[in-house]
Design a protein around this ligand. Sequence first.
Ligand SMILES: [Zn+2]
Length: 255
Amino acid sequence: MKEYQIYPIKVGMLLNAEKSYFSYGRGCGTKMDLPVIMYLVKGEDTCLLVDTGCSDEEWAKAHHNPILRTPEMEPTNALRALGVEPEDVTVIVNTHLHWDHCFNNDKFPNAKIYVQRKEMQFAISPLPPQFVYYEPHQCGMIPPWIRALDRIVAVDGDYQLAEGIDLIFTPGHTPGFQSVLINTAKGAYLIASDTVGLLENWDLLSADGLPHPSGIHIDLSEYYRSLKRMKKICDFVLPGHDPRAFDHSVYPPQK
Ligand SMILES: [Zn+2]
């Protein structure tokens, strides 16, 4: 089977973020600075992004909580630092359509963008407590992913994107969430994004051996079903907002 390398790229920092949003009911009142992560997946004939990060600081300050985004963290600049031009990216996978995961889809003009159909349906008309995550018209906004609507490929459930790259339908954090399972020389890595926002959630097992969910979710029963499945199918997991994603510059780690 084909093998790939996965590069975590820091494209922003959520400042003073409430920990319990990322780990259900845990650490209430604890504030953390957490990275916004875009993953580059490279193979012999593959140049793929999983998620495209957040807005600039000004936009975030006006509509969300403050973030840090230096010029080096701007997604196209960060990608160029790894020797990849925005035009080289041929595929984007949005794990979900929260603003900090799809804001820059339009900056990669040659990429087809794979999104679950259910996620798009929900993103058009989210439930009120989750308006802020989607930037919907109910808030007088245009969702950021709409800017590249003409390049979106709607997916229904699991989907094999290429040999060794599978989209895995894992709802719970959002209704149409998908994780990305990638074959590497050292085993199967699952880019779990916000389903495993913090790696400590993955390690904090309940009595039935399942990881701890995010504080932000739409359906906790579905979430647990997804976690159960995720545990079975991968050797390693890569998180949505954990600083430990940058323990290595590439996965699998080089010696
Ligand atoms: Zn999210």
